[in-house]
Design a binder for this molecule. Structure first.
Ligand SMILES: Nc1ncnc2c1ncn2[C@@H]1O[C@H](COP(=O)(O)OP(=O)(O)O)[C@@H](O)[C@H]1O
Ligand SMILES: [Mg+2]
Length: 372
């Protein structure tokens, strides 16, 4: 099962430049969370602070009972084995094949024999649709393939916590959907705690159980996805709709004069370019593929949200009740469909579909092939 990561009062600066301050949030065990925020707000810095690659000057990061901001380097080395990290740029070694890149953590952190290493590496490369690309160098493949190789490498130690820094950047919408589905399927299979850093609104709307947003050097909010998606916070609304008009500016935050001027333009009907979508209408969360077990974390999440429901804003409560009902409907429809499919000869002797008893060996979830 995944491990809870609890961040309390975390503050990070580089020299005199404060990046963010007093960040407090808990990534609940096994749940999928997303961290949004404009470019340069320190999302990648936050991710690196979670694995102790950067050192915050205040606050704590408790992983599996250990405060990694204060522990010894020996302890940190052990704790890091719990993590699988997909860095923003893939961070592959340019002179190593994809196979060797993926094998690296195993050779570094375990005493497995080469044949065991080969078995695990091939299984993970297969999972991300790169089984035939093991002998390629990172420079010979597309950005999307590098990203998937980075994910394969992040998975080889069977991590209990998976951190993904912009898994979608450089990917087209279809490949983004594949990689999102893969993360949900992995979550269903190994119940790992997942944090996705992203700008991608589609991912934010359909993948995570929880969402947070960094803005103006602070965590604006963090909680069940419906809370952020129905928020009236101007920065949140602007970010979701991708509009020019609002508190988020091109570089730093806007001054009052500019904001007033823009409000005037908006009133006069000038477009700020955003989508005008109604994000308070919640899209059902993406479910694991047929053949996958049910997400245990989704069950825990629902119980947790149920308990804190009365503390949430009215709009969020309504959205949560509606999305729970919609999820139930989808789940029941999937169960019915699964029962039908199981009867068909194509799936004879096959696995259950969509039900909680559905057991799975590694279902080949991602077989995009091609040059994603
Ligand atoms: N190692 C570092 N040394 C100094 N400044 C850094 C370092 N890493 C990041 N920064 C600064 O921290 C800020 C946040 O960066 P980053 O976390 O990459 O933003 P985001 O991922 O949200 O786009 C930027 O201003 C960046 O220049
Ligand atoms: Mg970043």
């Amino acid at each position: 099962m995944g491990v809870e990561v609890s961040v309390e009062g975390l503050t990070k600066s580089f020299g005199s430049q404060n990046i963010w301050r007093d960040v407090t949030l808990t990534l609940p065990e096994g749940e999928v969370s997303a961290l949004l925020g404009p470019s340069g707000t320190g999302k990648s810095v936050f991710l690196k602070a979670l694995i102790g690659l950067l050192h915050p000057e205040q606050g704590s990061v408790i992983v599996d009972g250990t405060d990694i901001t204060k522990c010894s380097s020996r302890e940190l080395y052990e704790i890091r084995k719990l993590f699988g990290v997909l860095f923003q740029d893939g961070a592959l070694f340019g002179s190593m094949t994809l196979f060797d890149n993926t094998a690296f953590p195993l050779r570094e952190h375990t005493k497995k024999s080469e044949s065991e290493v080969r078995k695990i590496v091939m299984e993970k490369l297969d999972l991300v649709g790169l089984a035939d690309a093991g002998e390629k160098l990172p420079g010979e493949i597309s950005g999307g393939m590098r990203k998937r190789a980075g994910l394969a490498r992040a998975l080889v130690l069977d991590p209990q916590i998976i951190l993904c820094d912009e898994p979608d950047s450089g990917l087209d919408p279809v490949r983004t959907a594949y990689i999102s589905q893969l993360l949900i399927d992995i979550n269903a299979q190994i119940d790992a705690t997942i944090l996705i850093v992203t700008h991608n609104i589609n991912i934010a709307r359909t993948i995570p159980d929880n969402i947070g947003m960094l803005f103006r050097k602070e965590l604006v909010m963090f909680g069940p996805r419906e809370v952020l998606l129905t928020s009236d916070e101007p920065a949140v609304k602007q970010f979701l709709s991708g509009d020019r008009f609002g508190p988020i500016g091109m570089s730093e935050e806007k001054d009052d004069a500019t904001a007033a001027q823009e409000a005037q333009l908006a009133r006069a009907g000038v477009s700020g370019g955003g989508t005008k979508d109604d994000f308070s209408e919640i899209i059902p969360q993406v479910q694991p593929n047929p053949g996958m077990p049910e997400r245990r974390a989704a069950i825990r999440h629902r119980q947790r949200v149920h308990d804190l429901l009365h503390t949430l804003p009215e709009g969020a409560q309504k959205a949560i009740r509606e999305s729970m009902a919609a999820e139930d409907e989808i789940k029941n429809a999937n169960l019915a469909r699964g029962a039908e499919l199981a009867k068909s000869p194509q799936f004879a002797g096959g696995q259950g579909f969509g039900g909680s008893e559905a057991q799975t060996e590694q279902f080949p979830a991602y077989r995009a092939g091609g040059d994603a």
